[in-house]
Ligand binder design. Sequence first.
Ligand SMILES: Cc1cc2nc3c(=O)[nH]c(=O)nc-3n(C[C@H](O)[C@H](O)[C@H](O)COP(=O)(O)O)c2cc1C
Length: 401
Amino acid sequence: MYCVRNVTEDLYWVGANDHRLALFENIHPIPRGVSYNAYLLLDEKSVLFDTVDWSACRQFLENVEHLLGGRGLDYLVINHMEPDHGASIEEILLRYPKVKIISTEKAFMLMRQFGFQVDGHELIEVKEGDTQSFGKHVVTFVAAPMVHWPEAMVTFDTTNGVLFSADAFGSFGALDGKLFADEVDFDRDWIDDARRYYTNIVGKYGPHVMHLLKKAGTIDIKMLCPLHGPVWRENIPYLLDKYVHWATYEPEEKGVVVAYASMYGNTEAAAQALASKLCEKGMTNVWLYDVSNTHVSYLISETFRLSHVVLASVTYNLGIYPVMYGFLQDMKALNLQKRTVAIVENGSWACKSGDLMQKFLDDEMKGMTVLNERLSLASSLGEGKEAELDALANAILASMQ
Ligand SMILES: Cc1cc2nc3c(=O)[nH]c(=O)nc-3n(C[C@H](O)[C@H](O)[C@H](O)COP(=O)(O)O)c2cc1C
């Protein structure tokens, strides 16, 4: 049975939702599932924009077949060939062998590399600024390298202002019927997943995203059709503003993420005490996470959101606690910058974690300001530590002015 929705009068969502996948890219937990979006335009020509993951292929094919109603498929535009969108290309080719595939040179190269059997079909290689008419609708192709793979492009329908934005403006989370962002309370129920999706999947490529956003600023976008998550037809500046923050590594809010690593609870207790101090002093936008039981994708997302980070770690065999070290490496890998960091260290006989975290932040990352004040624990937060704790909280607050 088909499951489709109208996007405009002649454009349809033909994607599918996946609640079975536990880990996106086999790394990131997606407890609310994910959608694979594809779109079918029924103009004088019939045009399919992207395909879906293999797991959603059957539903997708039923959707396309239903809407075509016996009509052939004229074009398949592949904005992004990554297998969670391109895996069903061959199934389309088997059913509609006369379809012409429009994509970039790099995408065709990668399709061959992945073993997608596209040769023998009509391939139309496009580049930045090329246009194509499908009847009433004329589209233009815009290169979007590294958003989030090198072959990516986006397609802008100049007739109605729809931007097929590939992985840009996407989100984790299954749609479950609610196709449009204005059909949900996005700021309450979706923004955390959208941020976690962006920061972990595309976060590294901020300059490339800014490049695309600058190009997008020159066209009159009425609708954003991403390959995951809701379609945007209202309040697009809200999402663009979030993207500018994320892509330039500017925090969205003044606030503190406290990430702690603790084996026996003493470093955790210090993190709690610091959070209480901050709240007592008026900064209540404070969020505590145990790195051992919080997937790092959530830590990354929160670190992109907030201006300040407290790293509280035990020393572990003369090193940083391994899970905390993993978090630091992820921050570096995703190019996170421009945060103010406070350090809490703990060691019972040879405390090293503070110096090592400081060195990592100074040497390996860009634009991180580490506060001079540091809370240093010998096993636990003893009575005599009140002044140090206070000084650290004050330093965090002072750096927010
Ligand atoms: C496996 C293991 C290795 C540790 N290695 C060190 C170390 O090299 N240097 C040190 O000063 N403390 C070391 N510690 C002690 C911890 O850094 C920390 O002081 C202690 O676990 C108390 O903090 P917690 O209650 O937050 O876990 C180690 C503890 C464990 C369990």
